[in-house]
Design a protein around this ligand. Structure first.
Ligand code: FCB
Length: 460
């Protein structure tokens, strides 16, 4: 079934960390089992019309009961690391207070299974599934949630810290802020527009407090996974450039500037609640050991106006927003309609180095991938091949990139898209929950085998 690429990939450093990513809500299922509490996404999916195919993640891929089989697949693929997330509401069903031993026990077994397979566990502490009790109290709009998050981080570190040496605090706080609280496309479905900005600040504060808690437990190797992509102006006009700069601020600087420079871009701090200056000192005081970037696509942005599109990929952009998102022409598209632009990954990585200089720690691409149907997914092979070459060009240009994680190990619950978008290297039959490696899985396994020095058995 495998069609080998026309030529081998360029050689990556011997200690480069190869991995695959998933998240708890998207794969685990077993929602009501073993004391797991409800999350913001359970409640959101239960609201009519929120999920494209009317589905929810109550079963998902059934990973909770099939984790050993999934770890065996990861081992067979030959990657060195697995990025998964811990469901906060499995560990603390009410978001705070009593610890659910059965929930924590699941991650304990998963980590053991990974270690036994020679695969490094890379847990993400928050991948969007806020415990419902906290969400009902305002979720990330409330400062209190940041403190609860740090307590939860402490509980997880106390249990898993002896076997974990790479941590991720948050996944894509930009999406939680923009899509969850700003535009209402994701849980919790709020449409607060710029009123969502406190959620950005409180996630960053939660990150800072969690880093403190993790370090107090002796944890090392702490990073974050932020979504980023180059933003291009629709034309050279001042209006389009201004709109693109603003979008760039939201996507690329709102989280990176506080984390790496200890300050918000101009004009933002004034819009935030609480002792922002003190919080910023905390957020940046414990430098990250590495910086995770999730990259999918560049964005073409122009000024709003009567002729400008009012939605993007089905998400209505309210007229109050000072930008409009345009279609990028001239590139292949994934099943999701996202343009495939590998060069933009090189551009993104080199632009980060230029923007942040020595303040940028080593980078790991914590997500990159595409949605396509079918088992013989030649388009995914072309996507991965193109992006790995683009990544290698960034390395050659001097960007310190230490790892690359494919999104995703397997097909899963793609948030508001339900099960309509398949991002996996492994196909899931949602009737039987059977796992079938796709052509891209075989291709990647072969590509990784070629990367290993002759005679070496294994993983970095
Ligand atoms: C990212 C999310 C991840 C997945 C991919 C396709 O924004 O972090 O959970 O949905 O997109």
């Amino acid at each position: 079934m495998t069609t080998p690429p026309p030529r081998p990939l360029p050689r990556f450093p011997a200690d480069f960390l190869w991995g695959v990513s998933t998240s708890a809500h998207q794969i685990e299922g077993a929602v009501g089992e073993d004391g797991r509490g409800m999350s913001s996404w359970d409640a959101f999916a239960a609201e009519p019309g929120r999920i494209r195919d009317g589905s929810d993640a109550s079963v998902a891929t059934g990973h909770y009961h099939r984790y050993a089989q999934d770890v065996a697949l990861i081992k067979d693929l030959g990657v060195g690391a697995y990025r998964f997330s811990v469901a906060w509401s499995r560990v603390l069903p009410e978001g705070a207070g009593a610890v659910n031993g059965a929930g924590l026990g699941f991650y304990d077994r998963l980590v053991d299974e990974l270690c036994a397979a020679g695969v490094r566990p890379v847990p993400t502490l928050f991948h969007w599934d806020t415990p419902l009790a906290l969400e009902k109290a305002g979720g990330w709009l409330e400062r209190d949630t940041a403190h609860r998050f740090a307590e939860y981080a402490d509980v997880v570190a106390a249990r898993l810290g002896d076997r974990v040496d790479r941590w991720i605090t948050l996944n894509e706080p930009a999406e939680v802020t923009l899509l969850g609280y700003g535009l209402g496309q994701h849980a919790p479905g709020r449409r607060l527009l710029f009123g969502a900005l406190p959620a950005a600040h409180h996630q960053l504060l939660g990150h800072g407090l969690a880093v403190q808690a993790l370090r107090a437990r002796g944890a090392d190797g702490i990073g974050i996974a932020n979504s980023h992509g180059p933003v291009r102006p629709a034309s050279d006009s001042d209006e389009d450039r201004g709109a693109a700069d603003f979008y760039d601020l939201l996507l690329n600087r709102l989280f990176a500037d506080p984390l790496l420079l200890g300050r918000y871009p101009d004009g933002i701090a004034e819009m935030l609640p609480g002792p922002v200056a003190d919080d910023l000192a905390l957020i940046a005081s414990r430098p990250l050991d590495w910086y995770g970037i999730n990259y999918y696509q560049p964005t073409l942005v122009g000024a709003p106006g009567p002729d400008a599109p009012t939605d993007f990929a089905g998400i209505a952009i309210p007229p109050e927003m000072p930008f409009s998102v345009r279609e990028i022409e001239g590139h292949p598209r994934t099943a999701f309609g996202w343009p495939v632009v590998p060069d933009a990954l090189t551009e993104l990585l080199t632009s980060f180095r230029e923007r942040y200089g020595d303040r940028l720690p080593p980078v790991v691409v914590t997500e990159n991938g595409c949605s396509y149907d079918g088992l013989d997914d030649q388009e995914r092979i072309a996507f991965l091949d193109g992006h790995l070459r683009a990544l290698h060009r960034a390395l050659a240009a001097g960007v310190d990139v230490r790892g690359y994680f494919v999104w995703s190990l397997m097909d899963n619950f793609e948030w508001a898209e339900g099960y309509t978008q398949r991002f996996g290297l492994v196909h899931i039959d949602y009737e039987t929950l059977a796992r079938t490696p796709k052509a891209s899985f075989h291709w990647l396994r072969e590509a990784l085998r070629e990367q290993r020095p002759p005679g070496s058995s294994g993983r970095p």
